[in-house]
Design a binder for this molecule. Sequence first.
Ligand code: XUL
Ligand code: MN
Length: 373
Amino acid sequence: MPPIGDRQPIFLATRSEISTFTADIIMAKSNIYRFCTGPWNWSAGQDPYGPPTRTEISFDRKLTELKKIGFEAMMFHDDDAVPEIDAKSGAQVLKEAKELKKRLDGEGITAEMVAPRLWFHPNTVDGAFTSNDPKSRQYAIDRSRRTIDIANALGTDLMVLWLAREGTYIRESKNGRRCVDLLVAALDAMLAHDKKIRLAIEPKPNEPMDVAYLPTIGHALAVAQLTRDSKRVGCLIESAHAILAGLDPADEIDFAMAFGKLWSLHLNDQNGLKFDQDKPFGSNNLRVAFNQVRALERNGYGQKGEYVCFDVHPFRTTQQEHWSAHLSNSRDTFLRLLEKARSYPEKQAEQLIADRNYQDLDQLVIEHLLGGK
Ligand code: XUL
Ligand code: MN
């Protein structure tokens, strides 16, 4: 690890690259959205206060369900792809990952990304890449390298990093500056492991930690600039995580896409600053959801092959037979809001903006969402 102060930010995306990208998106006519979700999104209803309320669904059933509900891709934690990964040799892990790839191909389903689950194992009790214990830090890096090997076997170049335990409960237990350097060193080790892998940081401001080191997209993209190949470090926005940071997810989308760095997306919903709720998309605030869809549209999201993923969970009260409704409902809501985004009365809105008549602009949006008078 380099000593503190030794790193210089490297700004690899030049202004002209960014404006070329902006020109691209202005040219973009109509985006095509493809949908994705993860096996964990069919959860069984357990919460910290009570046991499951539904029986577990087998992986095979989840896989065959995807196409039926209009989804084309699946996202994976490393141990969703290869269960009990820590108990297996590297060769065994690769063998199982290749077998999974065949099953995915058989169903016509793409693997969108793989993410290392760095928050379960005893070695990650005090954090993973930023643990105070060097052996635990090494475990986290080794496990992430394995995740990259799984991603390769599944045919994706995208690894997502939700840095679940990289933060503090007890401020004085960690040196925040040193933790930034440790995170950068870990990202560098992953980038060095595979010359093609792209890393998408999924920020979240809290839960399970009190305060996370990378709470927002701004933090994620700033850290990317400190790595050995900043072009291969981008981000994933989750609606609920942005709301938990007190931000509007649509602004986070515009910000990340201004850098050409929004490589994946977890749409869902969240009622204010409390535990991470992962509600169906649009469930809590249709207008906030509408503005996310508008932001995706104006930036051309999906045109470089990015998927719209729903990181949503069934309500605890959901009955077994409605096991996929939270996913198909989220997709339906997205598509309905897409129609709303495309039929938004742009000319009228522009005039109201020119007149600085934001009162009527506000009402125009409300009327549009209500279906017009
Ligand atoms: C946690 C979360 C995770 C990540 C993948 O809040 O959103 O499911 O999306 O590790
Ligand atoms: Mn997520």
